[in-house]
Ligand binder design. Structure first.
Ligand code: ATP
Length: 530
């Protein structure tokens, strides 16, 4: 197998268009920058990825509940989250070429007038950087006025915080537990680029996993378990603090990627430095993938403290705290010095948060006192760990990783270049293709259709009778179908009893062929795709 040469992204984009994975949005009108459509195969691939995420993050667990919220929400949400004031990129205009660029990317971008040159080399005079808010604005109702302004959500996470209490009260969950959501997000990116990597409309898969603050863990369990030096920390324990939970989710996410065909070796863990961390974040790990255009973020896993719920509590005036009976019971039994020490730590944390948010010192001290007094009544605002992944970036990573070229014999035995998408069978858009050896033999066609119908209720199968078998294999290789099944005269029993009711099962990656009994087909294929 040889590695694809020269400009792999172009080759990949061309394959994606030719075979119906990804199209430019509004292409017949010249396209619209930063928007992409998924064709028949792309739509299947995306559905599989989202389904697997939901299965793993929600359905296979007892401690996560799902949510599906609206894209347009009360604008107060975006004031509380900080997006109205600070969700901005610095933008620079070039007065000569009229190009508009993100200030932090300016040295990487080709000049529109002289693509061979990088912008930083372009002689054109630049404007000073200006802040540009990335949220798309719209108006709710018939009057276009400031009071009616609303935003398309730039992330799915905030709806989870805004609905935290409703989910808590209706799902019979208690902290620690999570709320998960998959959905569209919109960002008016200054320079959408690298194919679908940075789009203006995209999908996210986000989990907000709510945990006890460390002071509460300590009060209930006596101490906070120490973080492990490396790897998965195992089954969650009652004495886990934010560090272990964070580590746990980083490892769970890496495991997820491994299960869908992106092994650990294809990912890089990038721990943000103290300077890079958002002011409320205690730690953030970005999981990076080596795209053809560079090693870039697929997902971020952030320990966000109690910032988000606290902000919504202040802005909405509704309490976001929880009542924890175990804390209440444990607190009463704590010696006075332990109570005081934990009270003080919680108080300092709350006061620091309030001061950062601009609350005057005296007021911050009063509110922090009230918050810390809540511990004795079993009350606190949960902290959160947030694994936040982009569906479209993951699709692009899966396609880039799956893309390969090798040499395979053509009909006459001559070696030719074969393009293969080596998708993991779990994500492959089509799981099995079914071919009658010849299309003009009704018995073969009838038997092939019967095999298709046998499998169809359980997986996406594709029936193809057009062209030579070798060509049909190549078409499936190119779209990543892991298995091809050929119904031939042996199947019909015309060449003796031994191979009657068997089909040829051809493996995409090894191109090896074996006979398999029709009654065993379904369980064999299910074992590969589940
Ligand atoms: P970047 O630094 O690349 O702009 P980010 O750190 O702003 O990304 P987050 O706000 O953490 O991204 O969003 C979480 C995830 O959503 C990202 O890891 C990514 O997979 C996805 N995502 C964010 N912006 C885009 C975009 N413009 N197009 C496609 N996916 C995106």
């Amino acid at each position: 197998m040889s590695e694809p040469k020269e400009n792999p992204l172009e080759k990949i984009a061309s394959l994606c268009k030719r075979r119906g994975f990804i199209f430019q949005s509004s292409e017949i009108y010249g396209g619209i920058n930063g928007f992409w459509d998924y064709g028949p195969l792309g739509a299947e691939l995306k559905r599989n990825v989202k389904e697997l995420w939901w299965q793993t993050m929600v359905l296979q667990r007892d401690d996560v509940a799902g949510l599906e919220a609206t894209i347009i929400m009360h604008p107060g949400i975006w004031r509380a989250s900080g997006h109205v004031d600070t969700f901005a990129d610095a933008m620079i205009d070039c007065k000569t070429c009229k190009g508009r660029f993100r200030a932090d990317q300016i040295s990487e971008i080709p000049c529109p007038q002289k693509p061979s040159k990088k912008v930083s080399e372009c002689a054109g005079e630049k404007t000073a950087p200006r802040a540009f808010n990335l949220m798309f604005k719209t108006c709710v109702g018939p009057v276009e006025s400031e009071e009616n302004v609303a935003y398309l959500r730039p992330e799915t996470a905030q709806a989870i915080f805004a609905q935290f209490k409703n989910v808590l009260e209706t799902s019979r969950q208690k902290v620690p537990f999570g709320i998960a959501q998959i959905g569209k997000a919109f960002r008016n990116e200054i320079t959408p680029r690298n194919y679908t990597f940075r789009s203006r409309e995209f999908e996210q898969m986000e989990l907000e996993f709510f945990i006890r603050p460390d002071e509460v863990v300590e009060a209930v369990s006596g101490s906070v378990a120490a973080p492990v030096s490396k790897g998965h920390p195992g089954r969650p324990g009652a004495d886990w603090g934010w560090q272990l939970w964070h580590q746990y989710w980083v490892e769970e996410r890496i495991r997820f990627y491994g299960n869908i065909g992106l092994p650990r070796a294809t990912l890089e863990e990038y721990w943000q430095s103290d300077q890079e961390l958002a002011h409320y974040a205690r730690a953030t790990v970005d999981l990076l993938f080596k795209f053809p255009f560079g090693t870039q973020e697929l997902e971020g896993i952030a320990a966000r403290s109690d910032f988000d719920l606290s902000q919504h509590q202040r802005f909405s005036g509704k309490t976001m705290g929880v009542f924890d009976d175990e804390l209440k019971a444990a607190w009463e039994k704590l010696p006075k010095e332990r109570q005081d020490a934990l009270w003080r730590r919680y108080y300092e944390h709350r006061k620091k948060y309030l001061a950062r948010m601009g609350v005057a010192e005296e007021q911050a001290a009063r509110t922090a006192t009230d918050d810390a007094n809540g511990l004795a009544r079993g009350q606190y605002i949960p902290h959160v760990i947030e694994p936040s992944a982009g569906v479209d970036r993951l699709i692009l990573a899966l396609i880039c990783h799956a893309y390969s070229e090798d040499q395979a014999p053509d009909e006459k035995g001559k070696l030719e270049t074969r393009t293969v998408l080596r998708f993991h069978p779990r994500v492959a858009p089509i799981k099995a293709a079914v071919f009658p050896l010849l299309k003009n033999k009704p018995e073969l066609v009838a038997r092939a259709l019967a095999v298709r119908d046998l499998l169809r209720p359980h997986m996406n199968v594709f029936y193809d009778e057009a062209g030579a078998i070798g060509r049909r294999y190549r078409r499936q290789d190119e779209i990543g179908t892991p298995f091809c099944l050929t119904i031939d005269f042996e199947t019909l029993g015309e060449k003796g009893e031994a191979l009657k009711d068997t089909v040829t099962l051809r493996d995409r990656d090894t191109m090896s062929q074996e006979r398999i009994k029709i009654p065993e087909l379904l369980s064999f294929l299910l074992s590969k795709i589940h």
